[in-house]
Design a protein around this ligand. Structure first.
Ligand SMILES: Nc1ncnc2c1ncn2[C@@H]1O[C@H](COP(=O)(O)OP(=O)(O)OP(=O)(O)O)[C@@H](O)[C@H]1O
Ligand SMILES: [Mg+2]
Length: 283
């Protein structure tokens, strides 16, 4: 154990004291900056995403106290394509969190996309173990997203860099879960192709000026909407809740709502919804 670090004890999370929106705003505020006034033991989530690996540390009330991320190409749609790259990113996220918080973080949870089989989901677990976590819990990313959102009857969608995961919840139970290709990277490809610019430039432009290019991005957003439609047959009456970074584009929720002709709810800093829920699973 690193010197000077306390070990956090196992705990049960209480009901969150802050609303969903407030917890998501807090997640952005504590990005590489330790949150003040946190209560009790800490709980860790690692999201091994296609675009980024994210760590979220929450307190007993589910309030984020530390968030950090690494851009990585080590994971593709839940499949670990560069094991050592994923391990290094995770180990460095763990070390920086421990050093900032002054505690040892021996336990964590991680999540896999709906379409991933058990051997690939175990690879995510092995990455965390190789990075130094002694006790690792696994769950699917849509269930993780709903640990943050707490939807009882509704459709929870996680649109990340590469894929769109869709879960249908009824009476608080996940009754259908699947995913389809299509996410933020596809929006980059559309923008880059349409404007004749490199993908890296399109990615930057999308994050800063997406509303100026909504017309160009619309077919990509409608493709995501079509995935939601085809994966929620028989659940058309349920509201759709949008998680994941790819739809953090002003107006994206309206495009999707208009295509689906149903009520769509978006959230601030939606890219933290799934990692926050993963952290709640680790306690
Ligand atoms: N402010 C923003 N505006 C627009 N898009 C954004 C913004 N922030 C992040 N994104 C996009 O979100 C995507 C990454 O989202 P997220 O972090 O949820 O994915 P991931 O978990 O890495 O991927 P996956 O879940 O598919 O494995 C990227 O395509 C990125 O361009
Ligand atoms: Mg993701």
């Amino acid at each position: 154990m690193a010197r000077g670090l306390r070990v956090t004890t196992t705990m049960t999370l209480s009901e969150p004291t802050l609303s969903v929106d407030k917890r998501l705003r807090r997640a952005a505020q504590v990005y590489r900056k330790v949150g003040k006034d946190y209560a009790g033991s800490l709980s860790v989530g690692i999201d091994l995403g296609t675009a980024t690996c994210v760590i979220v540390v929450v307190d007993e009330q589910g309030t984020p106290v530390w968030v950090d991320s690494r851009a990585t190409a080590a994971i593709r749609d839940g499949v670990v394509v560069d094991y050592w790259g994923a391990r290094d990113a995770t180990a460095s996220l763990k070390a920086d969190a421990e050093s900032a918080l002054g505690v040892e973080l021996p336990r964590a949870a991680t999540a896999f996309p709906p379409g991933v089989d058990s051997s690939d989901s175990r690879a995510c677990q092995y990455v965390l173990e190789a990075a130094g976590f002694e006790d690792v819990r696994l769950l699917d990313e849509v269930t993780a997203a709903n640990l943050t959102l707490g939807i009882v009857d509704g459709v929870v969608v996680d649109v990340g860099g590469g894929s769109t995961g869709v879960g249908v919840f009824r009476d608080g139970t996940l009754v259908a879960l699947d995913d389809k290709p299509g996410g933020g990277h596809h929006l980059d490809l559309i923008l880059a192709g349409s404007l004749g610019i490199p993908i890296e430039e399109a990615e930057k432009l999308k994050r800063t000026h997406a509303e100026d290019y909504l017309g160009i991005l619309r077919p990509g957003l409608e493709r995501v909407a079509e995935s939601i439609r085809s994966l929620t047959r028989g659940a058309e009456e349920l509201d759709v809740h949008l998680a994941g970074g790819a739809l953090m584009i002003k107006g994206a929720d309206q495009v999707i709502g208009a295509y689906l002709k149903r009520s769509v709810r978006s959230y601030p800093n939606a890219l933290y919804i799934t990692p926050l829920g993963i952290a709640r699973h680790s306690s």
